[in-house]
Write a protein that binds this ligand. Sequence first.
Ligand SMILES: Nc1nc2c(c(=O)[nH]1)N[C@H]1C(S)=C(S)[C@@H](COP(=O)(O)OP(=O)(O)OC[C@H]3O[C@@H](n4cnc5c(=O)[nH]c(N)nc54)[C@H](O)[C@@H]3O)O[C@H]1N2
Ligand SMILES: Nc1nc2c(c(=O)[nH]1)N[C@H]1C(S)=C(S)[C@@H](COP(=O)(O)OP(=O)(O)OC[C@H]3O[C@@H](n4cnc5c(=O)[nH]c(N)nc54)[C@H](O)[C@@H]3O)O[C@H]1N2
Ligand code: SF4
Ligand SMILES: [Mo]
Length: 832
Amino acid sequence: MADRIADIWGARTPHGADSPWPVRVDQYLAEGVPEGEVQWVPSACVLCSNGCGMDIAVHSGQIVGVRGRASDRVSHGRLGPKGLFGWQANNSPDRLTEPLVRRDGELRPASWDEAMGLVVERSRQVLDEHGPLAMGFYNSGQLFLEDYYTLSLLVRAGIGTPHLDGNTRLCTATADFALKETFGTDGDPGSLRDFDLCDTIFAVGHNIAETQTVLWARILDRLHGPDRPRLVVVDPRRTAVAREADVHLPIRNGTNLALLNGIQHELIANDRVDRAFVDAHTVGFDQLAAIVADYPPERVAEICGVPAEDIRAAARILGSADRLVSTCLQGVYQSHQATASACQVNNINLLRGMIGEPGRTVFQMNGQPTAQNTRETGANGDMTALRNWQNPDHVADLARIWNVDPLQIPTWAPPTHVMQIFRHAETGSIRFLWIVGTNPAVSLPELHRIRSILAQENLFVVVSDAFLNETGHLADVVLPAAVWGEKTGTFTNHDRTVHLSVKAVDPPGQARPDMDIFLDYATRMELKDKDGAPLIPWRTPEECFEAFKRVTAGRPCDYSGLSYEKLRGSPGIQWPCNENAPEGTERLYADHQFNTDTDYCEDYGHDLATGAAHERNDHAALRTNGRAILKSTHYLPPHEAPSEEFPLLYTTGRTVYHWHTRTKSRRAPQLNAAAPEMWVELAAGDAERLGVREGDLVRVESARGAIEARAHVSGVREGVVFAPFHYGYWDLPDGGATDGDPTENGATGDGPGGNGRRRAANELTVTEWDPVSHQPLFKVAAVRVEKVADGGGVPSPAPTTTTARPVSGDAPGTSGGDGVRETVEEAREETR
Ligand SMILES: Nc1nc2c(c(=O)[nH]1)N[C@H]1C(S)=C(S)[C@@H](COP(=O)(O)OP(=O)(O)OC[C@H]3O[C@@H](n4cnc5c(=O)[nH]c(N)nc54)[C@H](O)[C@@H]3O)O[C@H]1N2
Ligand SMILES: Nc1nc2c(c(=O)[nH]1)N[C@H]1C(S)=C(S)[C@@H](COP(=O)(O)OP(=O)(O)OC[C@H]3O[C@@H](n4cnc5c(=O)[nH]c(N)nc54)[C@H](O)[C@@H]3O)O[C@H]1N2
Ligand code: SF4
Ligand SMILES: [Mo]
């Protein structure tokens, strides 16, 4: 039995590029469960975008464990710590089991009829008095495709408001936009198998080891195998990924674009460009070359704070790669110039002519398990099935399928991004806000502002969730949602692999699937199509999936060849899947024809510097003719640079053991025990200057607020402070105990009603966003740090297994995941 809290990635099964990734089946069952009596229900993990295929163990009507599916194309049987232990949250006694309605200032139990009656009454009132622009909907990257598609149709064609967005705006909006800018439409072109086949990996702002642990296990098996790929890592922290790198560039946060321009400078200056490919399959080279000419390594070294020689070394590795896989994630996306930077990662692969072929691709990674579906269904700012909201033919086509007047679908203005939705709520123009499967009171920037918006008298807030989280505490109505394992539906990971997750158990109490709640709302609102029939014609997830197949037919994300039957327990099938590709499609753009045709593309593109949206004519003038677009622009410094008052750079992110605002992971005992409490990371030099030792209590302050936490002296870059964003705030407006309740964490002893100490990373972050993708900036701000109290030499509660490995080295190791069985099997022939 393995301790998979201590050993995050499990046993190595090394292999070379010429052999398939071996199978290792990871299984965790609750203690005492009679294995022979367990029923296995096919599903996939929903605790990150890797989407590992897994089976759910059911006994006596309860989920009692999980195991990886050996045949799964994504995981080959493996699961990471969250996958192995996270399911326990489903069984938590804290689950919401009945609707709650605010009466006399307090949330009180109510019947579904009462709660939905109130939601509908307020919707009608707001619509009558203020029109559809006063209605807002903010959803998730963690529901199922069927939930999103129902919501998308309901809001776009039924309510008719442009104010619909997903928390994917905080997460993968930049991935989405970078793919659209370069390749014409959303959808990562590559296959996870490309990691098995490549000879070089370029990871930018992506802590794969902690955030996609099974993918990292896959990469480790190559790094520790016979023909080790080379690895270049860009991250201000010495992550477990960086520790494996051939070249690690610990740049100042906020300087990605300068670095990426510099690397392209080197590729061009040293003639490492595949000119034949670039000429035949791209547009925009001359402009790119002119811009990056201004970024010689010495200048870049100064901006980024890394040696020029290391930049050259990185460029040499990328420039001599034969099979290059590049990836980026939040270190790129949650910054200013996010889309601009992400596009440069696309450019590097294009300059090298490495796309659409085995071992040659770029991953604009997702984070949340079902973020891809939020985008495909249009439950974020996109138009359903990667249509272009600026293209009247696309709108007309969608209106025809939905049987509504095209004018009913709001396309007169760009879809509203969530930061703007909250701004409208702040000014009072949005009066009704339904928040589904996300916890903005912890996950949006500048929390004191978000709390005050949600608490506003003239804003009616509805929250659908499985738990009463910080946001629920500020709601007028709370609806109990069924989650993964308790409903049937599909979702799609970052290499376009679709899985079916089959309902394994009943939801607790009166909790209901989100799709059912939306259908109930649509019925009560009497939403109709243009012939007076119910707007949403389906009643079951499978009927919804069939409808989604029709709306995607002929679009890049073509689901028309899929079915629940085909997907049940399958290895996972990658879209497009249709008549021509009945088993799915492993790689997009294998013919080097990109989706950039003006009539077909999802977006006419933007000016990367200003975010100005191009129009049809601008796009047509590029004469792309199926070629990819090399977009480029100059580096600009972040607005909030360190100053005398706030001399340090601030950045935030994740630890392997927690999922976001911890509504699930803190209810899995092994995960919670591994990272029970907030900490902040300081570099050794900074700590010394500040007179701070490991475990001391420090105060971190920005222009917007302050937090207090134990200091952890780690391998973060000098001048940079890192905070995990998982921990909610301490003192609640109503003094109640919530997900942010510190009393159970114990360690420092304050609780609600205590000294009001705040600990949430987002108290400090800025209200600002990338001009193209509108993704907020969680990775750049300026702060100061001071010591508040001596820790008495007791180490901080940071886990010691990963990035947060202490520099002093004598802290006890994080452990406590005993009972996991790992079964290594012989390598199987590849399922693709
Ligand atoms: N354990 C765990 N796994 C998760 C999640 C989770 O909550 N917990 N969430 C999932 C989701 S939704 C997402 S979006 C992904 C996120 O996955 P990642 O993007 O890998 O995670 P982060 O920790 O947010 O940020 C990645 C790295 O960016 C670095 N960084 C910070 N600033 C900069 C910068 O300016 N430039 C560069 N190059 N790097 C910088 C940070 O040091 C950090 O190591 O993880 C997914 N997987
Ligand atoms: N400072 C800082 N802030 C960040 C980030 C960062 O790196 N730094 N990362 C950003 C990113 S990438 C992300 S993705 C966001 C995540 O931020 P959130 O989305 O706010 O985080 P979660 O805790 O995952 O919230 C999801 C909620 O949905 C509920 N839920 C789960 N399943 C279901 C379901 O099936 N139905 C319903 N109705 N509810 C469900 C959960 O109980 C939980 O309350 O945070 C963003 N905020
Ligand atoms: S890598 Fe992601 S999808 Fe796979 S088991 Fe871990 S959390 Fe789940
Ligand atoms: Mo995310």
